[in-house]
Ligand binder design. Structure first.
Ligand code: ADP
Ligand code: MG
Ligand code: MG
Length: 760
């Protein structure tokens, strides 16, 4: 049975009301210690677990036990998330608030921590962020130091700066001479000495930077292997002012929302990994919530590239900024365990995945169309042990990285009994999805973690995205969808996801047809059948279109190309609706899922704006804003007060949430609210804990399971197949209406199966 769970990361913000200055409260270690003590006391009624994160202002909250695979379990998720958030709040003082914002807007600007510390320190050597802000758990400072040392310099994070009418950096661009000159930093009042490229947004390697999509698009489909310093030198430099940041905290201090699924077996885990990887860019764009960094407005809406650069430990030769031979000659810094770190590596340890890992089902090797670096000794070892090439390449690609942190006493261990050495490399390859083999000493199965989403302000939103991606994973398995898109296009989709308003404004490469139930049913398209009989593989253009997220969710009908498969795609939401009918989901759960789906569709259609858009609009319409892309402390203070009120449910912003009211505002947890806002002294047992699924089971209709592939095998007679077709068609037409008239909602839809029963 399915086991799964979310991870939501939170920040502890302290409001200094006399100075109207927001601060990061550096006491997550104490708060986590206290929460863990409370958990002990709660015993069996505990529903939460707590994990330290990079910043000592961050708390990661997870359900104590993974969610189960019953439909009914979907209803517990929002309560679980809400309760965890309330639990953290109950440990805070009156001027502190817990919030799941992605980036603290004035991070690295003046005094931004409580207690205050001077910037810098041995680990990060930052000009902006004190090492005291890093979680005191030794792993985090060691990571910071070792990344810097291996790289040979501080990390260099550059995010395109948003251009407003008075943004000073852009006035420099009127003359070429000015563009080359060091720019004044209006926040810190300094000039970036010693960095000639300050005003030049320069790519270290073709295709790796956080630059606009056009630049990336030009390289994404290129077959040319990426070489250090290849061709794209000065001429490819894009003059573009940027926000500059210099340490890991700017990236790893961002908050995200992750969801982990246990698969039935290794094959299913590989199938899920590949398909979720395709969706990662779209869900990054949909959840965009990161418009401001280091006191400036960014020209992008999401955190991803910031984190990627913040942990980029590649040596200059690996990044391609220094000839490999020179790097090989100098053994002073960097280098892999096996060598000097002199071969080019395309990407940071934190980035989108490079390889699909399934070798079954719809996978074709042509979809793995980007060059990847392979650690040959690992590849040999894996092959010798009988691991197939597709999976071996994935693991050998992880092993191009050096270990970053290792405990002395864990160096010499028995690798046949302990997986520490694998986990060490695995846990510092931070990618859009993570394939998690079972630990050596544990009964846990094969898992896949979906990692691209940005944290949302409210429990409602975090639950909506968790439930939605959970149902998408069921639909992928139940309908045996084929979402494979060439990896180079998935990379391009990641770039597009960064652009402002990508959720409703960008198109993404996506399959024209996802062939639901192809094996069980007659082929959907005679053209496709003919093509398959002739053993003609469809070309990329036949298979792939550029779709908006709204079309991906709600379906589309694109003109078919000659020889192409049918171009009708029902959309993920109608597939979810059909799936819920087939598993006979109960009405109450259905109503809740309908709300989540409708809410997410409205974010995609633009009827509701993303958190990033709302924050940007708030900042730009603030009376203190000077049209210079500066987010001052006072603006940030007011913005974060709004975020706090939204999080607690005392403020509803219709443009952001429409009719979808956050849990706190529904009054269901009023007692907990009152107790928590009193601060400090709340008894955790006074925060209502929802009854367990078992306790209420007897009150509910027969428990339905969120089945995937196992159920599909049972629904394969022609009659059932046509039923599935009918359902998909039904909900697709509903979805099309929804597109036209977004005020209508799925709640009006009658369950199809019960109607059929009534009619027969
Ligand atoms: P990590 O920090 O390595 O990503 P965590 O240990 O924090 O992983 O857990 C991630 C999520 O996985 C949590 O929501 C947890 O409830 C969930 N989880 C735990 N065990 C399982 C399991 N066997 N299958 C699926 N999910 C699980
Ligand atoms: Mg975790
Ligand atoms: Mg995680």
């Amino acid at each position: 049975m399915l086991l799964w769970g979310d991870e939501v990361e939170y920040m502890i913000v302290k409001f200094d009301s006399s100075a109207r200055r927001p601060l990061l409260s550096l006491r997550a270690d104490q708060i986590i210690a206290r929460l863990e003590e409370e958990e002990e006391k709660l015993g069996d009624s505990s529903i939460s677990a707590w994990r330290p994160e990079y910043g000592n202002w961050m708390v990661e909250a997870v359900p104590r036990l993974p969610y189960g695979g019953f439909v009914r379990d979907l209803r517990d998720i929002e309560t679980n998330i809400w309760t965890r958030q309330q639990r953290i709040q109950s440990c805070l003082s009156e001027d502190e608030s817990v919030m799941s914002i992605v980036a603290f807007p004035t991070m690295g600007v003046g005094t931004f921590t409580h207690p205050a510390h001077a910037p810098g320190g041995d680990a990060s050597q930052s000009n902006f962020v004190p090492d005291e802000a890093i979680n005191p758990f030794p792993r985090f400072k060691t990571l910071t130091r070792n990344i810097r040392v291996r790289r040979g310099s501080k990390v260099d994070i550059r995010v395109p700066l948003f251009r407003d009418t008075m943004t000073p950096e852009f006035s420099h661009l009127s003359s070429a001479a000015a563009a080359a000159a060091p720019a004044a930093d209006p926040i810190n009042g300094t000039t970036e000495e010693g960095d000639k490229a300050t005003d030049v947004f320069r790519m270290d390697l073709p295709g790796e930077s956080s630059d606009a999509a056009e630049t990336k698009a030009a390289t994404a489909r290129s077959e040319a292997p990426v070489e250090a310093n290849s061709g794209q030198s000065a001429t490819a430099e894009v003059v573009k002012p940027h926000i500059q940041m210099d340490c890991m905290a700017f990236g790893m201090g961002c908050c995200c929302l992750q969801v982990t699924f246990q698969a039935r077996d290794v094959d299913e885990s590989r199938q899920l990994y590949d398909h979720l990887a395709v969706l990662a860019p779209m869900f990054l764009a949909l959840t965009a919530a990161c418009p401001a960094l280091h006191g400036r407005l960014a020209d992008t809406d999401v955190r991803w590239h910031t984190i990627a650069s913040s942990v980029d430990d590649r040596t200059p030769a690996e990044r391609g900024v220094e000839a490999a031979a020179a790097a090989a000659a100098s053994t002073g810094r960097g280098g892999t365990v096996e060598g000097p770190g002199a071969s080019p590596i395309h990407k940071s340890r934190y980035d989108s995945i490079d390889l699909y890992i399934s070798n079954k089902g719809h996978f074709r090797s042509a979809y793995n169309d980007v060059d990847v670096e392979i650690d040959e000794p690992s590849m040999e070892q894996l092959r010798a042990a009988g691991v197939d090439d597709v999976l071996a390449a994935h693991v050998a690609h992880l092993f191009i990285r050096d270990p970053l942190v290792i405990y002395r006493e864990r160096i010499e261990i028995d690798d046949s009994k302990m997986t520490d050495h694998f986990e060490n490399i695995q846990s510092t390859n931070w990618q859009t999805v993570r394939w998690k083999p079972p630990p050596a000493d544990s009964p846990i199965g094969w898992r896949v973690e979906f990692r691209s989403m940005e944290a949302q302000l409210t429990a409602f939103e975090n639950a909506a995205y968790t439930v939605f991606i959970g149902l998408v994973s069921r639909v992928i398995l139940f309908f045996n969808l084929n979402l494979y898109t060439p990896m180079s296009m998935v990379h391009e989709n990641m770039e597009r996801a960064h652009q402002r308003n990508a959720a409703s404004g960008q198109r993404f490469y996506f399959r024209r047809n996802v062939v639901p139930l192809k094996e069980e049913c007659a082929p959907l398209s005679p053209v496709r059948e003919a093509a398959e009989q002739d053993n003609v593989q469809p070309t990329v253009d036949d298979e792939i279109a550029e779709l908006t997220i709204s079309e991906i969710l709600m379906g589309h009908n694109t003109p078919s190309q000659p020889g192409a498969s049918s171009s009708f795609f029902p959309g993920l939401v109608p597939l979810i609706q059909a799936y819920l009918d087939i598993i006979a989901c109960d009405d109450e759960t259905r109503a809740m899922v309908d709300d989540y789906c409708e809410f997410i569709c409205k974010r995609a259609s633009g009827e509701l704006i993303t958190t990033a858009t709302w924050m940007r609009q708030y900042i730009m319409s603030h009376p203190d804003y000077n049209f210079d892309s500066v987010v001052s402390e006072k603006i940030a203070f007011d913005l974060l007060q709004q975020c706090d009120a939204i999080t607690r449910g005392t403020l509803n912003v219709p443009s952001l949430h429409g009719r979808f009211i956050n849990r706190g505002a529904r009054g269901e947890m009023a007692a907990a609210d009152t107790a928590a806002s009193a601060g400090g002294s709340t008894d955790p047992s006074s925060i209502p804990v929802p009854p367990t699924a078992d306790a209420v089971a007897s009150l509910l209709p027969p428990r339905r399971m969120l089945r995937g592939a196992s159920f599909r095998q049972e629904v394969k007679t022609i009659a059932q197949c046509s039923l599935v077709r009918a359902l998909i068609t039904k909900y697709s037409s509903k979805a099309q209406q929804h597109l036209v008239k977004t005020s209508s909602d799925f709640a009006e839809t009658q369950p199809y199966l019960s109607t059929m029963k009534a009619n027969s």
